[in-house]
Write a protein that binds this ligand. Structure first.
Ligand code: ATP
Ligand code: MG
Length: 416
Protein backbone atom coordinates (compact mmCIF):
# COMPACT_ATOMS: atom_id res chain seq x y z
CA UNK A 1 0.00 0.00 0.00
CA UNK A 2 1.15 3.51 -0.74
CA UNK A 3 0.01 5.83 2.08
CA UNK A 4 -1.45 9.17 0.96
CA UNK A 5 1.28 11.75 1.38
CA UNK A 6 1.17 15.50 1.96
CA UNK A 7 0.81 17.62 -1.17
CA UNK A 8 3.49 20.05 -2.34
CA UNK A 9 1.23 23.02 -1.65
CA UNK A 10 0.10 21.53 1.69
CA UNK A 11 0.19 24.66 3.88
CA UNK A 12 -1.65 26.80 1.33
CA UNK A 13 -4.10 23.95 0.69
CA UNK A 14 -4.92 23.56 4.39
CA UNK A 15 -5.29 27.32 4.74
CA UNK A 16 -7.78 27.35 1.86
CA UNK A 17 -9.72 24.45 3.43
CA UNK A 18 -9.84 26.03 6.88
CA UNK A 19 -10.92 29.34 5.35
CA UNK A 20 -14.27 27.76 4.53
CA UNK A 21 -14.91 26.89 8.21
CA UNK A 22 -16.75 23.81 7.01
CA UNK A 23 -15.03 20.97 8.88
CA UNK A 24 -17.22 19.27 11.49
CA UNK A 25 -20.31 21.27 10.53
CA UNK A 26 -23.66 19.39 10.47
CA UNK A 27 -24.98 17.73 7.32
CA UNK A 28 -26.60 20.03 4.79
CA UNK A 29 -29.34 19.07 2.37
CA UNK A 30 -27.80 21.02 -0.54
CA UNK A 31 -24.57 19.00 -0.23
CA UNK A 32 -26.63 15.78 0.06
CA UNK A 33 -28.45 16.70 -3.16
CA UNK A 34 -25.12 16.86 -5.00
CA UNK A 35 -23.88 13.50 -3.68
CA UNK A 36 -27.26 12.01 -4.60
CA UNK A 37 -26.97 13.40 -8.13
CA UNK A 38 -23.38 12.10 -8.42
CA UNK A 39 -24.43 8.57 -7.40
CA UNK A 40 -27.45 8.60 -9.74
CA UNK A 41 -25.54 9.97 -12.74
CA UNK A 42 -22.54 7.68 -12.26
CA UNK A 43 -24.76 4.81 -11.17
CA UNK A 44 -22.66 3.95 -8.15
CA UNK A 45 -23.94 2.84 -4.72
CA UNK A 46 -21.65 5.32 -2.96
CA UNK A 47 -20.92 9.03 -3.45
CA UNK A 48 -18.99 11.23 -1.04
CA UNK A 49 -17.96 14.84 -0.56
CA UNK A 50 -14.63 14.34 1.17
CA UNK A 51 -12.49 17.17 2.58
CA UNK A 52 -8.87 16.28 3.21
CA UNK A 53 -7.70 17.76 6.51
CA UNK A 54 -4.10 17.53 7.88
CA UNK A 55 -4.45 14.00 9.27
CA UNK A 56 -7.91 12.83 8.21
CA UNK A 57 -10.45 12.97 5.44
CA UNK A 58 -13.77 14.28 6.74
CA UNK A 59 -17.03 13.63 4.90
CA UNK A 60 -19.37 16.59 4.46
CA UNK A 61 -21.95 14.38 2.76
CA UNK A 62 -22.23 10.66 1.98
CA UNK A 63 -24.62 8.41 0.09
CA UNK A 64 -24.31 4.67 0.78
CA UNK A 65 -21.70 5.02 3.51
CA UNK A 66 -22.01 5.44 7.28
CA UNK A 67 -18.49 6.59 8.18
CA UNK A 68 -17.91 10.27 9.09
CA UNK A 69 -14.13 10.29 8.54
CA UNK A 70 -11.05 8.08 8.01
CA UNK A 71 -7.33 8.59 8.57
CA UNK A 72 -5.80 10.51 5.66
CA UNK A 73 -3.02 8.04 4.89
CA UNK A 74 -5.46 5.23 3.99
CA UNK A 75 -7.72 7.49 1.89
CA UNK A 76 -7.87 7.35 -1.90
CA UNK A 77 -8.98 10.99 -1.90
CA UNK A 78 -5.62 11.76 -0.25
CA UNK A 79 -4.06 10.67 -3.57
CA UNK A 80 -6.66 12.39 -5.75
CA UNK A 81 -5.93 15.85 -4.28
CA UNK A 82 -2.33 15.79 -5.58
CA UNK A 83 -3.75 17.00 -8.90
CA UNK A 84 -6.67 19.02 -10.24
CA UNK A 85 -7.90 16.45 -12.77
CA UNK A 86 -10.24 13.55 -12.21
CA UNK A 87 -8.56 10.67 -10.38
CA UNK A 88 -9.82 7.23 -11.40
CA UNK A 89 -8.92 3.78 -10.06
CA UNK A 90 -10.84 1.27 -12.23
CA UNK A 91 -9.81 -1.77 -10.17
CA UNK A 92 -8.23 -1.31 -6.75
CA UNK A 93 -7.22 -4.98 -6.54
CA UNK A 94 -4.93 -4.48 -9.50
CA UNK A 95 -3.44 -1.23 -8.26
CA UNK A 96 -0.50 -1.71 -5.92
CA UNK A 97 -1.16 1.63 -4.22
CA UNK A 98 -4.50 0.33 -2.92
CA UNK A 99 -4.60 -3.49 -3.26
CA UNK A 100 -3.75 -4.08 0.42
CA UNK A 101 -5.17 -0.81 1.80
CA UNK A 102 -7.10 -1.95 4.91
CA UNK A 103 -9.95 0.53 4.44
CA UNK A 104 -10.27 -0.27 0.73
CA UNK A 105 -10.28 -3.99 1.45
CA UNK A 106 -12.45 -3.69 4.58
CA UNK A 107 -15.18 -1.72 2.77
CA UNK A 108 -14.79 -3.73 -0.45
CA UNK A 109 -14.03 -0.63 -2.51
CA UNK A 110 -13.13 -1.83 -5.99
CA UNK A 111 -13.79 1.23 -8.11
CA UNK A 112 -13.07 4.89 -7.35
CA UNK A 113 -13.49 8.12 -9.34
CA UNK A 114 -12.86 11.47 -7.63
CA UNK A 115 -13.25 14.98 -9.06
CA UNK A 116 -11.03 17.32 -7.00
CA UNK A 117 -12.63 20.29 -5.26
CA UNK A 118 -10.35 23.08 -6.41
CA UNK A 119 -10.24 26.36 -4.49
CA UNK A 120 -10.02 29.69 -6.35
CA UNK A 121 -6.29 29.67 -5.44
CA UNK A 122 -5.89 26.42 -7.38
CA UNK A 123 -5.50 24.10 -4.37
CA UNK A 124 -7.43 20.81 -4.16
CA UNK A 125 -9.07 20.69 -0.74
CA UNK A 126 -10.98 17.42 -1.23
CA UNK A 127 -13.04 15.55 -3.80
CA UNK A 128 -16.51 14.72 -4.91
CA UNK A 129 -16.05 10.99 -5.46
CA UNK A 130 -18.07 7.97 -6.44
CA UNK A 131 -17.26 4.42 -5.34
CA UNK A 132 -18.42 0.98 -6.48
CA UNK A 133 -18.04 -2.53 -5.09
CA UNK A 134 -16.97 -3.96 -8.45
CA UNK A 135 -14.32 -2.88 -10.96
CA UNK A 136 -15.69 -0.59 -13.69
CA UNK A 137 -15.29 2.63 -15.74
CA UNK A 138 -17.17 5.91 -16.14
CA UNK A 139 -18.46 7.11 -19.51
CA UNK A 140 -17.18 10.43 -20.83
CA UNK A 141 -20.54 12.05 -20.06
CA UNK A 142 -20.45 10.74 -16.48
CA UNK A 143 -16.94 12.18 -16.03
CA UNK A 144 -18.08 15.55 -17.41
CA UNK A 145 -21.12 15.53 -15.09
CA UNK A 146 -19.06 14.53 -12.02
CA UNK A 147 -16.59 17.36 -12.73
CA UNK A 148 -19.51 19.81 -13.12
CA UNK A 149 -20.99 18.63 -9.81
CA UNK A 150 -17.64 19.09 -8.06
CA UNK A 151 -17.70 22.74 -9.19
CA UNK A 152 -21.18 23.04 -7.69
CA UNK A 153 -19.79 21.73 -4.39
CA UNK A 154 -17.23 24.55 -4.54
CA UNK A 155 -20.03 27.05 -5.20
CA UNK A 156 -21.82 25.81 -2.09
CA UNK A 157 -18.62 26.15 -0.07
CA UNK A 158 -18.12 29.72 -1.35
CA UNK A 159 -21.69 30.52 -0.35
CA UNK A 160 -21.10 29.06 3.10
CA UNK A 161 -17.98 31.22 3.51
CA UNK A 162 -19.76 34.37 2.29
CA UNK A 163 -22.50 33.67 4.82
CA UNK A 164 -20.02 33.39 7.66
CA UNK A 165 -18.26 36.61 6.61
CA UNK A 166 -21.63 38.34 6.39
CA UNK A 167 -22.54 37.13 9.90
CA UNK A 168 -19.19 38.31 11.27
CA UNK A 169 -19.65 41.71 9.62
CA UNK A 170 -23.11 41.91 11.11
CA UNK A 171 -21.66 41.13 14.54
CA UNK A 172 -18.95 43.77 14.03
CA UNK A 173 -21.60 46.27 12.99
CA UNK A 174 -23.64 45.44 16.07
CA UNK A 175 -20.59 45.96 18.29
CA UNK A 176 -19.72 49.21 16.46
CA UNK A 177 -23.24 50.56 16.80
CA UNK A 178 -23.26 49.65 20.50
CA UNK A 179 -19.95 51.49 20.95
CA UNK A 180 -21.35 54.52 19.12
CA UNK A 181 -24.42 54.64 21.37
CA UNK A 182 -22.20 54.29 24.44
CA UNK A 183 -19.96 57.11 23.17
CA UNK A 184 -22.97 59.26 22.47
CA UNK A 185 -24.27 58.64 25.97
CA UNK A 186 -20.84 59.62 27.30
CA UNK A 187 -20.88 62.79 25.20
CA UNK A 188 -24.24 63.76 26.62
CA UNK A 189 -22.91 63.11 30.06
CA UNK A 190 -19.64 64.98 29.64
CA UNK A 191 -21.40 68.01 28.19
CA UNK A 192 -23.80 67.93 31.12
CA UNK A 193 -20.92 67.75 33.56
CA UNK A 194 -19.24 70.66 31.76
CA UNK A 195 -22.40 72.72 32.27
CA UNK A 196 -22.46 71.87 35.94
CA UNK A 197 -18.75 72.60 36.31
CA UNK A 198 -19.14 75.98 34.62
CA UNK A 199 -21.92 76.89 36.99
CA UNK A 200 -20.31 75.57 40.14
CA UNK A 201 -19.64 79.01 41.61
CA UNK A 202 -23.18 80.21 40.87
CA UNK A 203 -24.65 77.04 42.32
CA UNK A 204 -22.59 77.33 45.49
CA UNK A 205 -23.90 80.88 45.85
CA UNK A 206 -27.42 79.72 45.10
CA UNK A 207 -27.30 77.17 47.92
CA UNK A 208 -25.29 79.38 50.26
CA UNK A 209 -27.83 82.21 50.31
CA UNK A 210 -30.69 80.21 51.82
CA UNK A 211 -28.25 78.46 54.17
CA UNK A 212 -27.00 81.83 55.44
CA UNK A 213 -30.58 82.96 56.09
CA UNK A 214 -31.34 79.66 57.88
CA UNK A 215 -28.28 79.99 60.12
CA UNK A 216 -29.00 83.67 60.89
CA UNK A 217 -32.66 82.96 61.70
CA UNK A 218 -31.72 80.01 63.91
CA UNK A 219 -29.16 82.21 65.73
CA UNK A 220 -31.79 84.84 66.37
CA UNK A 221 -34.22 82.22 67.64
CA UNK A 222 -31.57 80.87 70.00
CA UNK A 223 -30.94 84.39 71.35
CA UNK A 224 -34.65 85.00 71.80
CA UNK A 225 -35.16 81.76 73.65
CA UNK A 226 -32.86 83.12 76.38
CA UNK A 227 -34.66 86.47 76.53
CA UNK A 228 -37.86 85.15 78.03
CA UNK A 229 -40.76 87.37 76.97
CA UNK A 230 -40.50 87.32 73.14
CA UNK A 231 -43.69 87.83 71.08
CA UNK A 232 -45.00 84.74 69.39
CA UNK A 233 -45.09 86.50 65.95
CA UNK A 234 -41.32 87.01 66.01
CA UNK A 235 -40.72 83.30 66.65
CA UNK A 236 -43.09 82.44 63.85
CA UNK A 237 -41.41 84.85 61.41
CA UNK A 238 -37.95 83.35 61.90
CA UNK A 239 -39.26 79.80 61.89
CA UNK A 240 -41.07 80.45 58.66
CA UNK A 241 -37.84 81.97 57.24
CA UNK A 242 -36.06 78.73 58.11
CA UNK A 243 -38.73 76.59 56.47
CA UNK A 244 -38.91 78.68 53.25
CA UNK A 245 -35.16 78.77 52.80
CA UNK A 246 -34.69 75.08 53.61
CA UNK A 247 -37.28 74.40 50.94
CA UNK A 248 -35.44 76.62 48.46
CA UNK A 249 -32.06 74.93 49.12
CA UNK A 250 -33.58 71.48 48.72
CA UNK A 251 -35.25 72.56 45.45
CA UNK A 252 -31.91 73.68 44.03
CA UNK A 253 -30.28 70.41 45.01
CA UNK A 254 -33.17 68.50 43.48
CA UNK A 255 -32.78 70.38 40.17
CA UNK A 256 -29.08 69.60 40.16
CA UNK A 257 -29.88 65.96 40.76
CA UNK A 258 -32.30 65.97 37.81
CA UNK A 259 -29.69 67.58 35.58
CA UNK A 260 -26.94 65.12 36.40
CA UNK A 261 -28.95 61.92 36.24
CA UNK A 262 -28.89 59.62 33.22
CA UNK A 263 -32.21 59.98 31.40
CA UNK A 264 -31.63 57.29 28.76
CA UNK A 265 -34.20 54.95 30.25
CA UNK A 266 -36.72 57.66 31.17
CA UNK A 267 -40.11 57.45 29.46
CA UNK A 268 -41.51 60.31 27.37
CA UNK A 269 -44.19 61.87 29.58
CA UNK A 270 -46.24 65.08 29.69
CA UNK A 271 -44.11 67.84 31.24
CA UNK A 272 -45.29 71.33 32.26
CA UNK A 273 -43.08 73.94 30.58
CA UNK A 274 -43.24 76.03 33.75
CA UNK A 275 -41.84 73.09 35.78
CA UNK A 276 -38.78 72.60 33.62
CA UNK A 277 -38.21 76.35 33.36
CA UNK A 278 -38.40 76.76 37.13
CA UNK A 279 -35.85 74.02 37.54
CA UNK A 280 -33.57 75.71 35.01
CA UNK A 281 -33.92 79.05 36.77
CA UNK A 282 -33.28 77.45 40.16
CA UNK A 283 -29.85 76.54 38.90
CA UNK A 284 -29.03 79.55 36.72
CA UNK A 285 -30.68 82.67 38.20
CA UNK A 286 -28.07 83.52 40.80
CA UNK A 287 -25.23 83.45 38.30
CA UNK A 288 -27.14 85.71 35.92
CA UNK A 289 -28.34 88.15 38.58
CA UNK A 290 -24.99 88.56 40.28
CA UNK A 291 -23.49 89.49 36.91
CA UNK A 292 -26.11 92.10 36.10
CA UNK A 293 -28.08 90.09 33.54
CA UNK A 294 -31.76 91.01 33.38
CA UNK A 295 -33.97 88.00 33.06
CA UNK A 296 -37.45 88.14 31.55
CA UNK A 297 -39.64 85.01 31.51
CA UNK A 298 -42.99 84.86 29.75
CA UNK A 299 -44.66 81.44 29.71
CA UNK A 300 -48.20 80.65 28.60
CA UNK A 301 -50.12 79.08 31.48
CA UNK A 302 -50.44 75.30 31.81
CA UNK A 303 -48.77 74.29 28.51
CA UNK A 304 -47.16 70.85 28.39
CA UNK A 305 -44.86 69.03 25.99
CA UNK A 306 -44.20 65.30 25.73
CA UNK A 307 -40.63 64.46 26.70
CA UNK A 308 -37.93 63.84 29.25
CA UNK A 309 -37.78 66.66 31.76
CA UNK A 310 -34.12 66.27 32.71
CA UNK A 311 -32.99 66.35 29.08
CA UNK A 312 -34.93 69.53 28.28
CA UNK A 313 -33.50 70.99 31.49
CA UNK A 314 -30.06 70.18 30.09
CA UNK A 315 -30.84 71.94 26.78
CA UNK A 316 -32.20 75.05 28.49
CA UNK A 317 -29.28 75.20 30.92
CA UNK A 318 -26.85 75.12 28.00
CA UNK A 319 -28.78 77.86 26.18
CA UNK A 320 -28.76 80.11 29.25
CA UNK A 321 -25.07 79.47 29.83
CA UNK A 322 -24.29 80.21 26.18
CA UNK A 323 -26.24 83.46 26.40
CA UNK A 324 -24.52 84.36 29.64
CA UNK A 325 -21.09 83.79 28.05
CA UNK A 326 -22.03 85.73 24.90
CA UNK A 327 -23.36 88.88 26.60
CA UNK A 328 -20.97 89.09 29.53
CA UNK A 329 -18.98 91.94 27.98
CA UNK A 330 -21.96 93.81 26.52
CA UNK A 331 -23.30 97.00 27.98
CA UNK A 332 -26.88 95.81 27.65
CA UNK A 333 -27.27 92.38 29.28
CA UNK A 334 -30.61 90.64 29.13
CA UNK A 335 -32.07 87.22 28.41
CA UNK A 336 -35.69 86.68 27.50
CA UNK A 337 -37.41 83.30 27.65
CA UNK A 338 -40.83 82.95 26.04
CA UNK A 339 -42.93 79.85 25.65
CA UNK A 340 -46.27 79.31 23.99
CA UNK A 341 -48.33 76.76 22.15
CA UNK A 342 -48.53 77.05 18.37
CA UNK A 343 -50.01 74.55 15.88
CA UNK A 344 -49.85 71.59 18.23
CA UNK A 345 -46.28 72.38 19.14
CA UNK A 346 -44.73 73.90 22.21
CA UNK A 347 -42.30 76.66 21.31
CA UNK A 348 -39.62 77.69 23.79
CA UNK A 349 -37.52 80.64 22.64
CA UNK A 350 -34.38 81.86 24.38
CA UNK A 351 -33.20 85.27 23.16
CA UNK A 352 -30.30 87.32 24.47
CA UNK A 353 -29.07 90.87 24.00
CA UNK A 354 -26.31 89.70 21.62
CA UNK A 355 -26.71 90.84 18.02
CA UNK A 356 -26.83 87.41 16.37
CA UNK A 357 -24.14 84.88 15.48
CA UNK A 358 -21.90 85.67 12.45
CA UNK A 359 -22.69 83.46 9.43
CA UNK A 360 -19.28 81.74 9.36
CA UNK A 361 -19.70 80.66 13.00
CA UNK A 362 -23.42 79.95 12.70
CA UNK A 363 -22.87 77.21 10.13
CA UNK A 364 -20.64 75.31 12.56
CA UNK A 365 -22.25 75.78 15.97
CA UNK A 366 -24.20 72.49 15.89
CA UNK A 367 -21.07 70.46 15.13
CA UNK A 368 -19.72 68.47 18.09
CA UNK A 369 -16.63 70.09 19.64
CA UNK A 370 -17.05 73.38 17.78
CA UNK A 371 -16.44 76.15 20.26
CA UNK A 372 -15.16 79.71 20.21
CA UNK A 373 -14.43 79.48 23.93
CA UNK A 374 -11.18 78.67 25.67
CA UNK A 375 -10.40 75.03 26.44
CA UNK A 376 -11.23 75.48 30.10
CA UNK A 377 -14.56 77.20 29.33
CA UNK A 378 -16.24 75.20 26.59
CA UNK A 379 -16.25 71.68 25.23
CA UNK A 380 -18.25 72.66 22.15
CA UNK A 381 -20.71 69.87 22.86
CA UNK A 382 -23.61 71.85 24.29
CA UNK A 383 -25.51 72.65 21.10
CA UNK A 384 -24.79 69.38 19.27
CA UNK A 385 -26.02 67.40 22.27
CA UNK A 386 -29.02 69.74 22.60
CA UNK A 387 -29.88 69.16 18.95
CA UNK A 388 -29.59 65.40 19.43
CA UNK A 389 -31.87 65.57 22.46
CA UNK A 390 -34.50 67.64 20.65
CA UNK A 391 -34.28 65.36 17.59
CA UNK A 392 -34.90 62.34 19.85
CA UNK A 393 -38.04 64.17 21.03
CA UNK A 394 -39.12 64.46 17.38
CA UNK A 395 -38.86 68.21 17.77
CA UNK A 396 -36.88 71.01 16.14
CA UNK A 397 -33.90 72.96 17.39
CA UNK A 398 -33.06 76.08 15.40
CA UNK A 399 -31.59 79.54 15.41
CA UNK A 400 -34.09 82.29 14.63
CA UNK A 401 -32.01 84.03 11.98
CA UNK A 402 -34.64 86.72 11.36
CA UNK A 403 -34.31 87.99 14.93
CA UNK A 404 -32.02 91.02 15.32
CA UNK A 405 -30.79 89.52 18.59
CA UNK A 406 -29.36 86.05 19.16
CA UNK A 407 -32.28 83.71 19.49
CA UNK A 408 -32.61 79.93 19.77
CA UNK A 409 -35.92 78.16 19.22
CA UNK A 410 -37.00 74.77 20.53
CA UNK A 411 -40.15 73.15 19.18
CA UNK A 412 -41.53 70.09 20.96
CA UNK A 413 -44.57 67.92 20.39
CA UNK A 414 -47.42 69.27 22.47
CA UNK A 415 -49.04 67.14 25.15
CA UNK A 416 -52.76 67.52 25.80
N1 ATP B 1 -26.18 82.78 22.53
C1 ATP B 1 -25.06 82.73 21.79
N2 ATP B 1 -24.48 83.86 21.32
C2 ATP B 1 -23.37 83.83 20.57
N3 ATP B 1 -22.73 82.69 20.23
C3 ATP B 1 -23.23 81.53 20.66
C4 ATP B 1 -24.43 81.48 21.46
N4 ATP B 1 -24.69 80.17 21.72
C5 ATP B 1 -23.71 79.45 21.14
N5 ATP B 1 -22.83 80.25 20.49
C6 ATP B 1 -21.63 79.82 19.74
O1 ATP B 1 -21.74 78.44 19.48
C7 ATP B 1 -20.61 77.74 19.99
C8 ATP B 1 -20.98 76.34 20.35
O2 ATP B 1 -21.85 76.33 21.48
P1 ATP B 1 -21.99 75.01 22.34
O3 ATP B 1 -22.98 75.24 23.39
O4 ATP B 1 -22.17 73.87 21.42
O5 ATP B 1 -20.54 74.81 22.94
P2 ATP B 1 -19.81 75.74 24.01
O6 ATP B 1 -20.79 76.59 24.71
O7 ATP B 1 -18.70 76.45 23.30
O8 ATP B 1 -19.21 74.66 24.97
P3 ATP B 1 -20.07 73.75 25.98
O9 ATP B 1 -19.84 72.36 25.53
O10 ATP B 1 -19.49 74.03 27.30
O11 ATP B 1 -21.50 74.13 25.84
C9 ATP B 1 -20.13 78.60 21.14
O12 ATP B 1 -18.76 78.37 21.42
C10 ATP B 1 -20.37 80.00 20.57
O13 ATP B 1 -19.36 80.38 19.69
MG1 MG C 1 -22.57 75.74 25.54
Amino acid sequence: MLPASKTKNEEQRIKDLLDYSILDTPNGSSYDDLTLLASKICQTPVAIISLVDRERQWFKSTIGLDAKETPREVSICGHAIHGKDMFIVPNTAQDERFADNPVVVGANIQFYAGAPLVSPNGNSIGTLCVVDFAPRELTEDQKIALAALSRQVMNLLELHRANIIEKERFKELEIASKTISENQAQLVNSSKMAEIGEMAAGIAHEVNNPLAIIVASADLLLGMSNEGDVPKEKFQKYLSNIITNSYRASKIILSLKTLSRNADQDPFVPVLVSDVLNETLDICTQRLKSNGVKLDVDVQDGIKFTGKQSQILQVLTNLLNNSYDAIQELEEKWIKITSFKENNEIVIQVTDSGSGIPAEILEKIMQPFFTTKSVTKGTGLGLSVSKRIIDSHKGQFLVDEKNKNTSFVIKLPCSI
